[in-house]
Design a protein around this ligand. Sequence first.
Ligand SMILES: [Zn+2]
Length: 262
Amino acid sequence: MSLHKDDGIVLFKRAYGESDRIVRIFTLTSGKIGAIAKGASKSQKRFMNTLEPFNHIAVEYFEKYGKGMVRIENAHVVEANAGIEKTLRKVCTASFFTEFADRLTKEREKNTSLFYLLKEVLTRIKDVEFDYRDILYYELSMLECLGYMPNFTTCVYCGKAMANENRLYFSSERGGILCPRCSRFIPHKTYPDEVIATLAGLKNGHPRPVPAADGEENRSVAPYDVGDGVFERSAREIMEGFVSFHLDVEFKSYRVLKSVIR
Ligand SMILES: [Zn+2]
């Protein structure tokens, strides 16, 4: 057994037996790993406040504990989750993104960009209350990291590049937009002008800056609202349809998040 050292973000924890704890960690160099921390519940000091969800930790572990899990030998906090517990919305948002990373990755698949993206999301949640467009931005970023990005730019059937004003037809099954011609024979839904073009452009915008010192949020977001929440409703429908069809995953945390976010 050799000792490994890595950085990781704690995705999940649960008690195991009388005094042990099982965690899943998304590590920088080995992707997602399952780990057992012996005596974590009994000896409060040993992993005190370390193996908690949303924490960025430095971890030392031994391979092969059984059932593919590793055994944590040592861990300390690099960046604590402190701040996320401040509001229910922050907790729900952080839970959604950690569940997203957890459910859509296989064990031991290294994904450095996903690690840094998850780290960025969790840090940002401490600073700002996410609204739906923030969630959308990071959800799309995660899909991109995972290689599941919907196609918002070319017809998924014939490959034709689409001008903004023609991006109206989205096929969940095909995972992207359709040109007017292909939309005649491929099932899809039609969305209002600019909804899909805005979704496509969202990834090119910049994430929101942190609040200014006076508490005023200094928003600098690209032109975005089609009006009356039309964009949000349509974007939700597109994303929910896409995720449930292609990834075949229902996120428990998403249901909760929807109930706390406008
Ligand atoms: Zn086409």
